[in-house]
Structures are given as C-alpha cells and as structure tokens.
Design a protein around this ligand. Structure first.
Ligand SMILES: Nc1nc2c(ncn2[C@@H]2O[C@H](COP(=O)(O)OP(=O)(O)OP(=O)(O)O)[C@@H](O)[C@H]2O)c(=O)[nH]1
Ligand SMILES: [Mg+2]
Length: 346
C-alpha cells in the first residue's frame, strides 16, 4: 500500500517527503521517484506504551512515494511517464503550490492547478475507457463489462471522477489492471506560504474538492520541515506559538491512512506494544496472519479488547474480571483500536 505525492513541478513534494521520512533528498530538481516509510502517529499507542512500559514500542507504518513533477515540458503537463508512476499508487497526496517559487515564473494558482490535474486525469481515463469499449463492441463478448465501461464513459464525459461512483454503482472487480487515475482516492495538500501556515483550506478549494470527492488539508512544507527537525520539547513550544496542537504532517499521515482504508489493531505486552495495519473488514485470522503466518495457520481463537476499555480499566486482569474480554473465532471482523491476543497451535 503506497501513497504517491504527486503534482506539478516545484509544488513542494520532495520537501513534504523529506519532512515526513526524515530523509534528505535534494529539493528543487525533480529527480527520480523515491519511496520511504513513515510512522503513523497514534495517541493510543503512546497511551498503551505508558501503561505497559514495554522494551519496544512500534507504530504502524505506511509508504510514501515522491513522484517527481515534469520539468521543461509544456507548462504543467503530466508526461506519459509521470502518469504511469501515478497509476501505480494506491492513494494520492496531490501537492498544490500556494507559495511564490522563485524558480518558477507563474504566480501560485492552486485552484487552476487542481483543475489542470483533474482535467488531465479525466482525459487519460477517457482514453483508456474508450479504447477498451471499442474492443468490447468489436468482440461483442462481454455485455456486462461493456455496460460498466459505458457507464464510466458517461461519467468521465461529464468531467466527473470515477471515485464518485459507489461500490454498488460500479463493480470494481476486474478494473484494477486498467490504471484508472480518477478512481484513486485523493487528498490535496495545499502547500501555503509560511505566513499562512496555520490557515484552514480556503472555501473555494474546499468546495471544489467536495465536488471531486476528494479530501484536503493545508500546511506549509517549509514550516513542517523546520518542525520535523526539532526535538519533542521544542516542537511543542513551536506549535503552541503557532496556535496548533499537532504538526500538519501528522494529520496528513493519518488522513492518508484512512484514505487507504486501513485501520490499526494492537498487540501489547511488556516486550512490545505494537500497532499493525490491516484493511477495514479484515477478520481475526487474516489479522493474525499479518503478525506471523504461523498464527494464521494454527489459529485457534483470539482474545480481543477495545483499547479504550483496557485504558479505562487499567490492566488486562481488570478487563477479564469485568467480563469484558471477547473471545472470538477466525471470522470475527477486527475493529480499529482492538487489542488482540492470538491463541494458536502449529
Ligand atoms: N517558500 C516556500 N518554499 C517552498 C515550500 N515548499 C517547497 N519550497 C521550495 O520550492 C522548491 C521546490 O520544492 P520541491 O520540494 O523540490 O518541489 P517538488 O514538488 O518536489 O518539485 P519536483 O520534484 O521538481 O517536481 C524548493 O526550492 C523548496 O525549497 C514552502 O512551503 N514555502
Ligand atoms: Mg521533487
């Protein structure tokens, strides 16, 4: 599962990527695509770690890709190469420039950039859908698939993204291989001038994002990279001076996590407190498999406690005594925030 930081040249993708990953990729040059894993901040893990005082605390991680913009190409075009890299992502963080970049001639116009990205994605998808439709009509083989593609074509011709169709309106099984851009979930990252670092997303952008079934946050990549370099104590002071409680990057990471449809469950003990990520709707045996394949193979049952319950009652013993420990079989769906112990036998 990976999230691509995408957008036009010089919008601040690499600056955001560096601040998140702690890497130090040169900015301002384009360059090649990079990947880095990022820790998903989670207060619940902090609290569980305080409770168990384990030797090790491990947060969930997600992967971000820094997808370079096109340099020297026609103004703000996405090259076929860039489109291909974007298609491979499971979700997109679309970075829009809202600061004066001395290396670029134009003044920032994030709304126009959003529109340009949207239009290019629509056109790219329309190309794919029309080609496929031609083939399907010629073969007259799969009428159901033809219907699906007709529906997509209609929508794209109205310049609406495919992600606006719900699961019941669009059968997505079998569409994965087509690399349809407007079906990928999008989170816009409005990269503002430092002086507007704490401002909310402007109304016009927010409204347009609603129409596009996309989410959005605003931040200043340069402020965020300064914050990322401070130690915890200085960070707190810096943030309270700005009047905010957490770095915008943390919000960006968590929102991206939601966008991927991921949830966290926890394993706890004096050795390690750890968060694991699974897709929403994963059952107990599937979740145990992400800890270790042996656990899935030899799964007998799982003991589950919502972490709020454990934090409220103060110990696993107290949870048991209160009769709040759930013992579940392998088909039980794991919820976000569940603490799980797996009983297994191999
Ligand atoms: N003032 C200001 N400058 C920024 C901000 N974010 C990035 N920059 C500058 O803008 C330039 C481009 O930033 P990058 O992070 O390299 O942009 P990019 O989107 O990765 O660009 P490409 O990879 O070339 O597409 C660099 O000189 C950054 O220092 C910001 O929030 N404020
Ligand atoms: Mg870059």
């Amino acid at each position: 599962m990976k999230i691509g930081l995408v957008g036009f040249a010089g919008s601040g993708k690499t600056t955001v990527f560096n601040a998140m990953t702690g890497l130090d990729i040169p900015v301002g040059f384009g360059g090649k695509m990079r990947m880095g894993s990022v820790r998903v901040p989670d207060e619940r893990v902090d609290k569980l770690s305080n409770l168990f005082e384990p030797k090790k605390t491990t947060y969930a991680e997600i992967t971000f890709c820094d997808v370079p913009g096109e340099h020297g190409a026609a103004k703000q075009g996405l090259s076929p190469g860039a489109l291909q890299q974007i298609r491979e992502q499971d979700a997109l963080g679309l970075v829009l420039r809202d600061f004066v970049n001395p290396a670029l001639e134009d003044d920032p116009d994030p709304l126009a950039d959003l529109e340009a990205f949207h239009t290019e994605s629509i056109l790219a998808d329309l190309g794919i859908v029309e080609r496929r439709l031609e083939r399907l009509k010629k073969d007259r083989s799969d009428l159901l698939e033809q219907e699906t593609f007709e529906k997509m074509k209609d929508l794209l011709e109205q310049e609406k993204p495919l992600r606006s169709l719900s699961g019941s309106e669009l059968n997505r099984a079998g569409l994965k291989g087509y690399g349809l851009l407007t079906d990928i979930p999008v989170l816009v990252v409005l990269n503002c001038e430092e002086s507007r670092a704490g401002d909310p997303l402007p109304k016009d952008i927010k409204n347009r994002l609603d129409e596009l079934f996309a989410d959005g946050i605003s931040l200043s990549a340069s402020v965020e990279s300064e914050i990322a370099e401070l130690d915890a104590e200085d960070q707190e002071e810096f943030l309270s001076d700005l009047g905010v409680t957490e770095p915008a990057l943390s919000r960006l990471i968590r929102t991206s996590y939601d966008l991927l449809d991921l949830i966290s469950f926890f394993t706890v003990g004096t050795d390690e407190v750890r968060a694991w990520n699974i897709l929403k709707g994963t059952n107990a045996s599937g979740a145990s498999g992400c800890i270790h394949t042996d656990l899935e193979r030899g799964f007998i049952r799982a003991e589950i406690t919502p972490c709020e319950t454990l934090l409220e009652l103060g110990s696993e013993q107290a949870v048991k005594e209160a009769g709040k420990l759930q013992v579940v079989g392998k088909d039980h769906i794991v919820e976000d925030g569940d603490i799980m112990h797996v009983r297994f036998n191999v």
